[in-house]
Design a binder for this molecule. Structure first.
Ligand code: ATP
Length: 231
């Protein structure tokens, strides 16, 4: 479904070139739960942003369902972001002046036929909180709103950048479990960037980055459930 061939991303800093991604190759199949691991500066967010169509690569090729991301013009890329991608960020990025319901329903402005916000908020366990504002919720609850928002567009791919980074380990575990369950139920592909190597055993595939290069790709035949992960 996603095929990356010889992908590089270079930032130019004066005469100095920084290879945020350095000739990487990988493949992600539909429905896979993929974890991207690596230390700070390894290139994880750069990769996620390119996959999400909010950044561009310098060379190489990424195809998603046989469509070449680099060949998309701005309008097609905007459609790709609207239809194919759901983003989940570390700090939730909810709009503080909108209610829980409104934060999800807002997606109608991006895509007409979204999943019904109340149903999806019910699925993530927030039925009782529809009229609350984000600052009246815990961090874990806010992240569940952002999961509902990402899933409401019914995209094929969920991109999650450190989704548990601001949460305690127990809440983080519940959030990851929810992402994993939702991906299985709705048959989504999830790509999760994290510093936390413990969740690797729960992934179908682990891509390990270091200084912009892939050092290892592991495929787990029998991934464990998030519940079984030792934190
Ligand atoms: N806009 C930019 N301009 C210049 N260099 C950048 C830019 N964005 C990222 N970089 C550099 O590219 C490299 C990869 O950065 P990236 O943010 O992808 O790493 P990361 O693995 O996500 O790190 P972290 O875990 O700290 O978020 C780093 O060396 C970073 O300094």
């Amino acid at each position: 479904m996603i095929l990356a061939k010889n992908v590089s991303k270079i930032y130019e800093n004066g005469a100095k070139k920084i290879y945020a991604l350095n000739h990487i190759n990988f493949e992600i199949n539909k429905g896979e739960f993929v974890v991207i691991l690596g230390q700070s500066g390894a290139g994880k967010s750069t990769l996620l942003n390119i996959l999400g169509g909010i950044d561009t690569l310098s060379s190489g090729e990424i195809t998603v369902n046989d469509t070449n991301l680099s060949a998309m013009n701005e309008r097609i890329l905007a459609d790709y972001r609207a239809n194919e991608i759901g983003f989940i960020f570390q700090f939730y990025n909810l709009i503080p002046t909108l209610t829980v319901y409104e934060n999800v329903a807002l997606m109608k402005d991006i895509k007409e036929d979204i999943l019904e916000p109340t149903a999806i908020l019910e699925r993530v366990g927030l039925k009782q909180h529809l009229k609350k504002f984000p600052n009246q919720l815990s961090g874990g609850e806010q992240q569940r709103v952002s999961i509902a928002r990402a899933v409401s567009k019914n995209p094929e791919i969920l991109l999650c950048d450190e989704p548990t980074g601001a949460l305690d380990s127990e809440t983080g575990c519940m959030v990851l479990e929810l992402i994993q369950d939702i991906c299985r139920e709705y048959q989504k592909t999830a790509i999760i960037v994290t510093h936390n190597a413990n969740i690797a055993k729960a992934a179908d595939k682990v891509i390990r980055l270091r200084n912009g290069k892939i050092t290892e790709i592991i495929e787990n035949e029998n991934p464990i459930s998030i519940k079984e992960v030792e934190w």
